[in-house]
Design a protein around this ligand. Structure first.
Ligand code: SAH
Length: 348
């Protein structure tokens, strides 16, 4: 059996069974434009072909185990189970401005082991296939359609490190942005990385319009190494060199994610170091208050206070580096940054 979202396999199957090319176009239209949820809803194709498809391919392999919506109604977190009994999560964020964003996972767990991240504590179980990433998008598209809403943005900021699963992430972006497919603007796709240099180089070639976010979180090698093991493989000077090349090639502003952890990443000298690092670079900093998540009371890490974040931001502003303080969404349902941790998986 293969996924309907796998164009290559579907085309080969149709050809093998003597169907003309236009049948593929009809199926594609039924999936992505008419939003058919099963084969019987594909009324534009003959019944015999629908029956044949049922024997060879599937619409969706991910099962929705639960979907929880935050009290304010803005955030919905899906817990999804894969065909091999693994769990992953994706999150819809309905912004008040009307844009709807989906945060997708690209791996089950994550191998990067950042000290502040709940997903990082799980380790890596496996990469997701591109069809499993697309399925997350289709689940969100169908869910939003019921509310008469559309998906506008996709951020690769769920579980996993996108640049350690590059080919599948790439194929999923092609489907998200394909005109005959989900037809999202590539500017509205954001891929976030903890700083895997070869991935940064590849995405500049493959998708110069896609937005890039870097989980920087600390402005010096030493401070970064203390919380992000990736620093040992790709130290700051190598990362910044790759990012300068990225900007030269794409002319795109890079988003730097900076986590604010009390006493750890928010020291006044780091504000100066961050300003020095980004001054003169095409950059925008997003401050993310640390989300303690479950068991926060015994966590040694605590978020920085709003006032302190503002002070940090002022130092950047003085150096001409633009920034935003991210407001946390979905923390009451453990859907905020770094909280995707899968109680189910841990219990296995
Ligand atoms: N591996 C990629 C994609 C994950 S994106 C990356 O590192 O960019 C998830 C974002 O949430 C990252 O910026 C991550 O560093 C951040 N994050 C992780 N744990 C967090 C926490 N407890 N509080 C706030 N942000 C967190």
């Amino acid at each position: 059996m293969f996924s309907l979202y796998d164009e290559t396999k579907l085309k080969a199957f149709l050809l093998e069974h003597g169907h003309k090319n236009f049948r593929y176009a009809q199926i594609e239209h039924a999936i992505y434009k008419d939003l058919a949820c099963d084969f019987d809803a594909m009324t534009t194709i003959p019944k015999e072909l629908r029956e044949l498809l049922k024997t060879a391919c599937y619409f969706t392999s991910l099962k929705i185990k639960s979907s929880v919506t935050s009290d304010d109604g803005q955030t919905t977190k899906f817990l999804l189970e894969t065909h091999d009994g693994r769990f992953l999560e994706s999150v819809i964020m309905r912004h008040l401005s009307g844009r709807n964003t989906l945060c997708v996972s690209c791996q089950v767990g994550c191998p990067m082991a950042c000290s502040f991240c709940a997903t990082g504590k799980l380790g890596l179980t496996r990469n997701l296939d591109f069809t499993e990433i697309v399925e997350q998008m289709m689940i969100a598209v169908h869910h939003l359609a019921k509310e008469d809403k559309k998906l506008r943005n996709v951020v690769y900021m769920g579980m996993g490190e996108p640049f350690l699963n590059y080919e599948n992430v790439k194929r999923s972006i092609e489907i998200a942005c394909g005109q005959k497919k989900l037809d999202l603007s590539s500017r509205r796709i954001t891929v976030s990385t903890c700083g895997i240099v070869p991935g940064i180089q590849k995405i500049a070639e493959d998708f110069p319009q896609v937005s890039l976010a870097i989980s920087l979180h600390a402005p010096t090698d030493e401070a970064r190494r203390a919380i992000m093991p990736v620093e040992q493989t790709y130290p700051l000077d190598r990362l910044m060199e790759a990012l300068d090349e990225y900007v030269a090639k794409t002319n795109k502003r890079i988003f730097y994610e900076y986590i604010m952890i009390n006493g750890l990443t928010d020291r006044p000298e780091y504000a100066k170091a961050l300003a020095d690092l980004l001054h003169g670079r095409l950059a925008h900093v997003n401050f993310i208050p640390y989300n303690p998540g479950e068991g926060s009371s015994d966590s040694p890490m605590q978020p920085t206070s709003k006032i302190m974040i503002k002070k940090f931001q002022d130092a950047l502003e003085a150096a001409g580096v633009p920034s935003t303080i991210r407001h946390t969404m979905g923390d009451d349902i453990d859907a905020a940054c770094g909280q995707l941790a899968l109680k189910e998986q841990e219990g296995k």
